[in-house]
Design a protein around this ligand. Structure first.
Ligand SMILES: *Cc1c(COP(=O)(O)O)cnc(C)c1O
Length: 380
């Protein structure tokens, strides 16, 4: 089966991880801070904090922004469930904003309308989690200006989007948001096995995230109540978690990051090639307008009733197509919270026709030709 996504791990990556296994530090060693600094530099921000997944990163980002019971957090239904779950972890209520059918990202006009409506009926959202779907940036400048008007904070869920650009800057610069989160799951752009990262510019927010990543424990006298009892002493000053990344993971991440441009370039070439190969088929193809990291190449079939049959035929031709995403509000957990089919029609309509084609750095042109020919055969 040609998978829909796959990690690209080379001999240098393997050597880097094995070196850590022979070293003194499997975790809490020197490579996590090194990886953090490299990611911070890559994004052009002062600080990055590594964690054990993007899900943990989203949780800590929400906590650091003060989200709690009684608060409201908004996100997009066209994402992985973690983009909404992070809000629920904090005990806050979730609501969604429908997508723009062209970009498949959160619709800025729907966001504005919903904010205006919400202002008249009760609490505005405290936090908005935006998702750069498939690696294509949301309209951050417009979202940022709404955040000033309606007083909410912004987390960028850039799980798909390390290396993508917005206005010629790498995603993660946080020019238009409070915090940005990356995922290093194996299907994403670069991997650490499991892993995530939070980047930001606000020193106080970042310190709070660092504290919560590791049990809420500090060894810094200036953060303690009372005085230190000796060199062994630490204090737990908040209720934190163990969301740390290991040095083995950081070693893999450092090695992967060193060839991110090569990885992004391969994805870009393959995405453009799909768009050429498929241009005459009865499909809607992704827009190619801005610099995407091409985590996913998602198409929609013009006749949505043919999606299921096409999906099954592709799978039986050993092509590991997938679907991104089942709208989050359609999941039974969210239905129990009161969401209904029809609540976010653009996300629901997109989902009904959606198919994700295989895309990863070493997908070959001949595999891609086979995928394209199989689509053609089954659509004619
Ligand atoms: C993969 C993904 C996550 C979760 O990432 P993990 O590192 O697996 O926790 C969150 N949001 C989006 C949009 C994702 O694609």
């Amino acid at each position: 089966m040609i998978p829909y996504g796959r990690q690209d791990v080379n001999l240098d990556d393997i050597d880097a991880v094995v070196d850590v296994l022979r070293s003194d530090w499997l975790t809490q060693g020197p490579l996590v801070p090194k990886f953090e600094q490299l990611i911070a530099d890559y994004c052009g921000v002062p600080k990055a904090i590594a964690v054990n997944s993007a899900t943990s990163a989203l949780h800590l980002a929400c906590l650091a922004l003060g989200l709690g019971p009684g608060d409201l957090g908004w996100t997009t239904p066209n994402s992985f469930v973690a983009s909404a779950n992070c809000i629920r972890y904090c005990g806050a209520n979730v609501d969604f904003v429908d997508i723009d059918p062209n970009t498949l990202n959160i619709s800025v006009s729907s966001l504005r309308q919903k904010l205006v409506k919400q202002r008249s009926k009760g609490p505005l959202p405290k936090v908005l989690v935006v998702v750069h779907f498939s690696g294509r940036s949301c309209d951050m400048e417009a979202i940022h200006s709404l955040s000033k008007e309606f007083n909410f904070r912004i987390i960028e869920d850039a799980s798909h989007a390390i290396g993508a650009k917005y206005k010629n800057f790498n995603i993660g610069g946080c020019q238009y948001s409070d915090l940005t989160v990356f995922s290093f799951h194996p299907v994403k752009i670069i991997t650490t096995g499991e892993g995530g990262m939070i980047v930001g510019r606000d020193q106080e927010l970042m310190r709070r995230i660092e504290l919560l990543r590791s049990h809420g424990i500090t060894r810094d006298q200036s953060e303690m109540t009372g005085i230190s009892e000796g060199p062994w002493y630490y204090q737990q000053i908040d209720l934190g978690y163990n969301y740390r990344m290991t040095d083995m993971q950081a070693a893999l991440g450092i090695s992967q990051l060193s060839r991110i441009n090569e990885i992004l370039n391969k994805r870009l070439i393959l995405a453009n090639r799909y768009s050429e190969l498929l241009s005459d088929l009865p499909l809607r193809l992704p827009c190619l307008d801005i610099f995407s990291s091409w985590h996913l190449y998602c198409i929609t079939v013009d006749q949505i009733e043919r999606r299921k049959d096409l999906f099954i035929k592709m799978r039986s031709a050993n092509i590991g197509v997938n679907v991104h995403y089942i709208p989050i509000h359609m999941q039974p957990y969210y239905q129990r919270l009161g969401f209904r089919s029809g609540d976010f029609p653009n996300a629901e309509h997109y989902y009904k026709g959606a198919i994700t084609l295989p895309l990863y750095p070493f997908l070959t042109f001949s595999e891609q030709d086979y995928i394209s020919e199989t689509l053609r055969k089954n659509l004619s």
